[in-house]
Write a protein that binds this ligand. Sequence first.
Ligand SMILES: Cc1cc2nc3c(=O)[nH]c(=O)nc-3n(C[C@H](O)[C@H](O)[C@H](O)COP(=O)(O)OP(=O)(O)OC[C@H]3O[C@@H](n4cnc5c(N)ncnc54)[C@H](O)[C@@H]3O)c2cc1C
Length: 416
Amino acid sequence: MYYNVLKILKEGLNDNKGWKKTWQNPEIKKKYDVIIIGGGGHGLATAFYLAKEFKIKNIAVLEKNWIGGGNVGRNTTIIRSNYLLNENEAFYEFSLKLWETLENQINYNAMVSQRGVLNVFHSDAQRDSFVRRGNSMIINGADAELFDVDKIKSIYPFLDYDNARFPIKGGLFQKRGGSVRHDAVAWGYAHAADELGVDIIQNCEVTGFKIKSGTCIGVETNKGDILANKIGCAVAGSSSVLMSKANMNLPLESHVLQAFVSESLKPFIPGVITFGAGHFYISQSDKGGLVFGGDIDGYNSYAQRGGMDMLEDVCEGGLALMPTIGKARLLRMWGGIMDMSMDGSPIIDKTHIKGLYLNAGWCYGGFKATPASGWCFAHLLAKGASHSLSENFQLDRFKNGYMIDEKGQGAQPNLH
Ligand SMILES: Cc1cc2nc3c(=O)[nH]c(=O)nc-3n(C[C@H](O)[C@H](O)[C@H](O)COP(=O)(O)OP(=O)(O)OC[C@H]3O[C@@H](n4cnc5c(N)ncnc54)[C@H](O)[C@@H]3O)c2cc1C
């Protein structure tokens, strides 16, 4: 089914009775060329690029719940490419470029909105480090601008400039950053992959791997065994649990991260803003809700909800940046399970088991990575070799000491 304006008009006049399913509900085959475990953003994007760019047709995505029920539909929707280290910046800039043409590629309205991302700073030292980051972005082909406080006042007059505990001294701005409707990304990739013949199997939990003489030849599921030549795992916060079934112990911890949405308000926040003196960030959805969040809860968990102490911490950050938020009423909050790597950077790599591949370690920043992650993981699965943009995201880098320590905070998930 192809979505276009004429189709929308026709359906509008026809009581919307002619829409077909966005993706089918296929019978499971006995064997596939590639099985992707996890129907989140990364798994679905991988399947789409495998079929589209690498012309592999016999693919299944196995999802234990429903498409869009994981982190891909739980995040705070921010996309940007404002990283410091070359290994990350080049990868995330590639991702941002893919976002810019995504809706045409997948023929789906994902509401990609490049409304800008501003990181405010509060001290001279922080300004210097943001300047360095901005230069690194520009060197890698991204856009970055340094705003002084007058410029920030003119665009974001509602921030606290008069009596703030942490006065705003300026900000690093990325105009091409912004937000994307998160669950539409899952539905859009699922739709486009399905159009290319990918089998999307929901309610199919992988419970084990079929490994023979060091080679993975298939998976065990609640719907029976399924064979495959190659198996790619993209289950985000469940990575350690899944890979333990192949006797692998990953350098990851699972933590809960919460998101908060207020009642709908008239539009007043023109983009994404992050606070520089604590972990708080905010944007406003097209429906008017303030969408905000902060740090991980800080204890290992597989629950998709968090604690009140982090709510208090996030609200403190919000009130310090823009006291006006104190008048908004909170409508909803939820949590997602983060696959926190020890250096804050991801893993896209083979494993020591032939035929078994891993995509994980996205911490709280994997939504913006979805297109590039799918592309690079598809490249690895199709060609058996890493894409140049993900060649540093190796699983054994923690053992070998080649960590990509983006925040310079060391090997502590609660600090990055
Ligand atoms: C509150 C919150 C805010 C965030 N904000 C941002 C943000 O603003 N910007 C950003 O870039 N990132 C953000 N993130 C991070 C981002 O959402 C994740 O890093 C990213 O979505 C993870 O990749 P995914 O979409 O593939 O994960 P998921 O959607 O979680 O997909 C993994 C899938 O695997 C399935 N699965 C698990 N085990 C099995 C199994 N055994 N068999 C079959 N299927 C299985 C799960 O059901 C799930 O659907 C945020 C996350 C949260 C929770």
